[in-house]
Design a protein around this ligand. Structure first.
Ligand SMILES: C[S@@+](CC[C@H](N)C(=O)[O-])C[C@H]1O[C@@H](n2cnc3c(N)ncnc32)[C@H](O)[C@@H]1O
Length: 174
Protein backbone atom coordinates (compact mmCIF):
# COMPACT_ATOMS: atom_id res chain seq x y z
CA UNK A 1 0.00 0.00 0.00
CA UNK A 2 1.28 3.46 -0.70
CA UNK A 3 -0.11 6.93 -0.71
CA UNK A 4 0.34 10.52 0.23
CA UNK A 5 -1.21 12.58 2.97
CA UNK A 6 -1.73 16.29 2.58
CA UNK A 7 -3.56 18.85 4.59
CA UNK A 8 -3.59 22.19 6.32
CA UNK A 9 -3.73 22.88 10.03
CA UNK A 10 -4.39 26.40 11.28
CA UNK A 11 -3.52 27.75 7.88
CA UNK A 12 -0.14 25.94 7.80
CA UNK A 13 0.45 23.43 5.06
CA UNK A 14 1.19 20.02 6.59
CA UNK A 15 4.35 18.24 5.53
CA UNK A 16 3.67 15.59 2.89
CA UNK A 17 4.17 12.12 4.30
CA UNK A 18 4.37 8.87 2.42
CA UNK A 19 2.72 5.73 3.67
CA UNK A 20 5.34 3.02 3.96
CA UNK A 21 4.90 -0.62 2.91
CA UNK A 22 3.45 -1.38 6.34
CA UNK A 23 0.71 1.20 5.95
CA UNK A 24 2.05 3.70 8.49
CA UNK A 25 4.40 6.68 8.50
CA UNK A 26 7.49 5.30 10.23
CA UNK A 27 10.71 5.92 8.33
CA UNK A 28 11.59 2.54 6.80
CA UNK A 29 14.54 3.70 4.74
CA UNK A 30 17.05 2.45 7.26
CA UNK A 31 15.50 -0.54 9.01
CA UNK A 32 17.64 -2.42 11.51
CA UNK A 33 17.16 -6.09 12.37
CA UNK A 34 15.32 -4.97 15.50
CA UNK A 35 12.93 -2.91 13.38
CA UNK A 36 12.20 -6.06 11.36
CA UNK A 37 11.68 -8.00 14.57
CA UNK A 38 9.11 -5.36 15.56
CA UNK A 39 7.29 -5.67 12.22
CA UNK A 40 7.17 -9.45 12.59
CA UNK A 41 5.74 -9.02 16.13
CA UNK A 42 2.93 -6.96 14.59
CA UNK A 43 2.30 -9.65 11.96
CA UNK A 44 3.19 -7.19 9.18
CA UNK A 45 4.45 -9.82 6.75
CA UNK A 46 2.41 -9.37 3.63
CA UNK A 47 5.47 -10.42 1.59
CA UNK A 48 4.76 -14.04 2.68
CA UNK A 49 4.35 -16.73 0.04
CA UNK A 50 2.05 -19.65 0.88
CA UNK A 51 4.29 -22.36 -0.65
CA UNK A 52 6.93 -24.09 1.47
CA UNK A 53 9.64 -23.27 -1.09
CA UNK A 54 9.62 -23.40 -4.91
CA UNK A 55 13.18 -24.81 -5.06
CA UNK A 56 12.30 -27.54 -2.59
CA UNK A 57 9.47 -28.58 -4.92
CA UNK A 58 12.09 -28.91 -7.67
CA UNK A 59 14.02 -31.40 -5.53
CA UNK A 60 16.80 -29.10 -4.27
CA UNK A 61 18.18 -28.92 -0.77
CA UNK A 62 17.31 -25.47 0.58
CA UNK A 63 19.24 -23.47 3.15
CA UNK A 64 17.75 -20.18 4.24
CA UNK A 65 18.61 -17.20 6.37
CA UNK A 66 16.39 -14.96 8.46
CA UNK A 67 17.19 -12.78 11.44
CA UNK A 68 13.85 -12.92 13.27
CA UNK A 69 13.49 -15.98 15.49
CA UNK A 70 9.68 -16.12 15.46
CA UNK A 71 9.76 -16.00 11.64
CA UNK A 72 11.91 -19.14 11.48
CA UNK A 73 9.78 -21.05 13.96
CA UNK A 74 6.59 -19.87 12.24
CA UNK A 75 7.92 -21.22 8.95
CA UNK A 76 8.26 -24.77 10.26
CA UNK A 77 5.07 -24.64 12.30
CA UNK A 78 2.90 -23.25 9.49
CA UNK A 79 4.00 -26.10 7.24
CA UNK A 80 3.82 -28.81 9.93
CA UNK A 81 7.50 -29.64 9.52
CA UNK A 82 9.05 -30.94 12.76
CA UNK A 83 12.39 -29.32 13.55
CA UNK A 84 15.31 -29.01 15.91
CA UNK A 85 17.12 -25.85 16.96
CA UNK A 86 20.84 -25.74 17.73
CA UNK A 87 22.83 -22.66 18.79
CA UNK A 88 25.34 -21.61 16.16
CA UNK A 89 29.03 -21.75 17.03
CA UNK A 90 31.05 -18.56 16.84
CA UNK A 91 28.17 -16.18 16.08
CA UNK A 92 24.89 -15.24 17.71
CA UNK A 93 22.13 -17.35 16.18
CA UNK A 94 20.39 -20.68 15.84
CA UNK A 95 20.30 -23.41 13.20
CA UNK A 96 16.78 -24.72 12.59
CA UNK A 97 16.67 -28.07 10.81
CA UNK A 98 13.78 -30.23 9.64
CA UNK A 99 13.73 -33.66 11.27
CA UNK A 100 11.28 -35.43 8.93
CA UNK A 101 13.68 -35.69 6.00
CA UNK A 102 12.55 -32.44 4.33
CA UNK A 103 15.88 -31.06 3.03
CA UNK A 104 15.59 -27.60 4.52
CA UNK A 105 17.40 -25.69 7.23
CA UNK A 106 17.38 -22.07 8.32
CA UNK A 107 20.21 -20.05 9.75
CA UNK A 108 18.58 -17.71 12.24
CA UNK A 109 21.20 -14.95 12.36
CA UNK A 110 22.21 -11.63 10.92
CA UNK A 111 23.08 -12.23 7.26
CA UNK A 112 26.28 -10.26 7.81
CA UNK A 113 27.47 -13.02 10.14
CA UNK A 114 27.09 -15.71 7.46
CA UNK A 115 30.27 -17.11 5.94
CA UNK A 116 31.41 -20.05 3.83
CA UNK A 117 33.26 -21.25 6.92
CA UNK A 118 29.96 -21.47 8.79
CA UNK A 119 27.65 -22.87 6.13
CA UNK A 120 29.69 -23.91 3.11
CA UNK A 121 29.31 -22.63 -0.45
CA UNK A 122 26.24 -22.78 -2.64
CA UNK A 123 25.55 -23.75 -6.26
CA UNK A 124 22.71 -21.34 -6.50
CA UNK A 125 21.43 -18.46 -4.40
CA UNK A 126 18.07 -16.72 -4.56
CA UNK A 127 17.42 -13.48 -2.76
CA UNK A 128 13.79 -12.49 -2.61
CA UNK A 129 13.19 -9.36 -0.59
CA UNK A 130 16.50 -9.55 1.29
CA UNK A 131 18.75 -7.07 -0.49
CA UNK A 132 15.97 -4.49 -0.61
CA UNK A 133 15.32 -4.92 3.12
CA UNK A 134 18.83 -3.84 4.09
CA UNK A 135 20.00 -0.27 4.58
CA UNK A 136 21.48 1.05 1.33
CA UNK A 137 24.81 1.77 3.05
CA UNK A 138 25.25 -2.00 3.66
CA UNK A 139 24.92 -3.12 0.04
CA UNK A 140 28.63 -3.51 -0.69
CA UNK A 141 29.08 -5.44 2.53
CA UNK A 142 26.17 -7.65 1.56
CA UNK A 143 27.68 -8.32 -1.90
CA UNK A 144 30.93 -9.44 -0.26
CA UNK A 145 29.08 -11.89 2.00
CA UNK A 146 27.15 -13.33 -0.96
CA UNK A 147 30.33 -13.70 -3.03
CA UNK A 148 31.95 -15.64 -0.20
CA UNK A 149 28.93 -17.97 0.03
CA UNK A 150 28.74 -18.72 -3.68
CA UNK A 151 30.72 -21.42 -5.52
CA UNK A 152 32.95 -20.15 -8.33
CA UNK A 153 30.53 -21.33 -11.03
CA UNK A 154 27.48 -20.55 -8.87
CA UNK A 155 24.33 -18.73 -9.97
CA UNK A 156 22.72 -15.82 -8.14
CA UNK A 157 19.18 -14.60 -8.63
CA UNK A 158 18.29 -11.22 -7.14
CA UNK A 159 14.52 -10.95 -7.02
CA UNK A 160 13.78 -7.26 -6.62
CA UNK A 161 11.82 -4.38 -8.10
CA UNK A 162 12.22 -0.88 -9.42
CA UNK A 163 9.91 1.58 -7.73
CA UNK A 164 9.61 5.31 -7.46
CA UNK A 165 10.51 6.06 -3.84
CA UNK A 166 9.01 9.54 -4.15
CA UNK A 167 5.68 7.69 -4.32
CA UNK A 168 6.28 4.43 -2.47
CA UNK A 169 7.69 4.58 1.06
CA UNK A 170 9.81 1.42 1.08
CA UNK A 171 11.48 -0.95 1.15
CA UNK A 172 14.46 0.42 -0.73
CA UNK A 173 14.66 0.94 -4.44
CA UNK A 174 17.71 -0.32 -6.29
C1 LIG B 1 10.79 -8.24 2.71
S1 LIG B 1 11.14 -9.56 3.84
C2 LIG B 1 11.41 -10.93 2.74
C3 LIG B 1 11.35 -12.26 3.49
C4 LIG B 1 11.57 -13.52 2.63
N1 LIG B 1 12.88 -13.50 1.99
C5 LIG B 1 10.47 -13.71 1.63
O1 LIG B 1 10.76 -13.76 0.43
O2 LIG B 1 9.31 -13.83 2.04
C6 LIG B 1 12.77 -9.15 4.42
C7 LIG B 1 13.24 -10.09 5.52
O3 LIG B 1 14.62 -9.84 5.78
C8 LIG B 1 14.84 -10.05 7.16
N2 LIG B 1 16.09 -9.34 7.50
C9 LIG B 1 16.28 -7.99 7.53
N3 LIG B 1 17.55 -7.71 7.83
C10 LIG B 1 18.19 -8.91 7.97
C11 LIG B 1 19.54 -9.29 8.30
N4 LIG B 1 20.48 -8.36 8.52
N5 LIG B 1 19.84 -10.60 8.35
C12 LIG B 1 18.90 -11.55 8.12
N6 LIG B 1 17.60 -11.26 7.84
C13 LIG B 1 17.26 -9.96 7.76
C14 LIG B 1 13.58 -9.47 7.81
O4 LIG B 1 13.38 -9.95 9.12
C15 LIG B 1 12.50 -9.90 6.84
O5 LIG B 1 11.89 -11.10 7.22
Amino acid sequence: MSGMQNGTTNGCKAVERKLNQFGDFEDVTNMSVNDWDYRWSLGQTKFHMPKVHPLLDEGHEVIGNEFVDSACRQFFEEHNIPYTSTPLTGIEGVLYQATDGTPIKLYRCDCFDLSSKLCGQFDCMWDRGGFVALPVKDRTRYARVMADLMKKDGRYLLDCFLVDNSVFGGTFNL
